[in-house]
Design a protein around this ligand. Sequence first.
Ligand SMILES: [Zn+2]
Length: 686
Amino acid sequence: MKKTLLTIATMALLATACNHKAKTEAPQLTSGIDPSYLDTTANPVEDFYRYACGGWMDANPLKPEYSRYGSFDKLAETNQEQLRGLIDSVSAAQNEKGSISDKIATLYNIGMDSVKLNQQGAEPIQELLKGIAAINSREALAAKVAELHHIGIDPFFGIMNEADPDNSKMQMAWIWQTGLGMGDRDYYLEKKNADKREKYQDLIAKEMVMAGYDKMASFAGGGNIIAKMVMDVETGLAKAQYDKLKNRDPHATLHKMTLDELKKMAPAVAFDKYFAEMGLANIKNMNVGQPEYIAEVSKVLANANMESVKAYLAWNVVNTAAAYLSDDFVQANFEFFGKTMSGQEEMRPRWKRVTSTVNGAMSEALGQLYVAKYFPPEAKERMVTLVNNLKEAFAVRIDGANWMDPETKEKAKDKLAAILVKVGYPDKWRDYSKLEINDDSYFANVLRSNRFDVDYMMSKIDKPTDRDEWQMPPQMVNAYYNPTTNEICFPAAILQPPFFNMKADDAANYGAIGVVIGHEMTHGFDDQGHEYDKDGNLNNWWKESDATNFKTNAQVLIDHFNAIKVLDEPETFANGEFCLGENIADNGGLHISYVAMQKALEKQQVNGEPMDGYTPAQRFFLAYAAVWASNIRDEEIVRLTAMDVHSLAKWRVNGTLPHITEFIEAFNVQPGNKMYLAPEKRVTLW
Ligand SMILES: [Zn+2]
């Protein structure tokens, strides 16, 4: 539901902010264009991506552990080393038992202890598996689902807190489809994925035997039979699930109901017991994202072969646990999810995997340490200035939108002005004192951490929305817009080069971090975001003519991306409809930040002189492209095209820029060039 910028990191320090009186000489600003990124043998009007990023791509070939590696992943990699350093320094100190430092150190050490992990093997999941194998009634089956959800294992469906779409000031329970080991229904249903299904089934067979479930189950049959049972259950569920396009539609997934209505619709789920287990015994109303699917889950619980459903629950445990058990599990898990699904050749080293676990379990505690060490306080102030400049520029663009009714424009500007801006880190930090970490097993700690998080989420249900809460920790290299709180957020870790370069002049910074900010703001006005009003309620504030024009104009972008072939073998095309929100945000972000750059240059009375041979406009677009410099494997192209709402990095440049008139002019792109689109074919939105 939340929009994130995927792989975007940034530091938004405005180069012009160095204006403390001329005690020292004004620093000489660079062009911000790193020549090592470029491939000047390429022709920018034919393949701008290659021209702007070819040097970087050649110098940074894919390492075996990556399925995709870009300038933003490089930043995330540095970030991980910094986190490891913080964990190491905490571990080296004498920590009081039960202190947050002690918890960080204990979890990290137990994850790194390969001897202990390998000795324990599948032992950490035995109790859970035995509990499932012993189920002998439909009621016990339903109760087990609730127990598993409480520890963060989500067979069938998931529950979370989200805003009430009609009253965003309150949080409510949302029930959402989950429960497919391969993630998306298309993997189960599309012919082209037969090979993946076969390998997935092999994985199930292998790991269920390694876990010893074949010995516990009360039917005869080895791994292959168990795998077939699991696959049948998952395929049945996949058929009943909404597809990813429907799930992007906030109206199609809005089905508020009372507890009685829910129970009537899905009697076999035993929702009374379920909510009691979740600490929500008094719940009255909820939103069910996909009611037809939940009705199907109820049918499965009531009618399906009980041994199959038990095998499915057991597989959910094994599959969740595999990455935290002994090396044989970790390896089997990687062979499928890393190699087959993404084309990774090698696993990430253990320290990176464990750092991610610690980071996930105690993100704000690590975030607090991270900010103290790595986030310069002046960065926050400068970023806020930059965001305000972008807001002003967006208002100019809204005024100029000739497809929009004047009254609606005023409402759009009200919404823009109301956007809450978060930069760097939260004012208040989460309390981890009740989280229990000890030295029994790595996976036991993961489960306790999950339970701690589930309880935290459940505690928000039917309570007022806390608009000060952050949906992302400060050490995450990313950014987001949340439509229900109408907020944009730029964590500390994105506020650094290559997104923001303090030593570079404005043009490059507006092209990189400026576009990132504009991108997040535009999400408030994309195909989903515009359905929400300035208070975050799902409430139509557009006239019919605005909505019609928006749709007609957006279709241009859909058609343009649908025609882009992203891979020859297997032949794969971009999905213009699925990526529409992100493509609108890239398009809007570029326009808005370009206006902001022009205003900044005017203010400084800089008349756009070339630096290092590039005009400000050219530097703006080169810096934009540099953010997306990356290499990617074919398997990952296929996977991301199926799963990711963002266009692939290459097409965020070569697919997006032909629609930007300022780009066409800056590089003198002519009819017949690959980067050219005729003016009437360029999209007009924000
Ligand atoms: Zn986005």
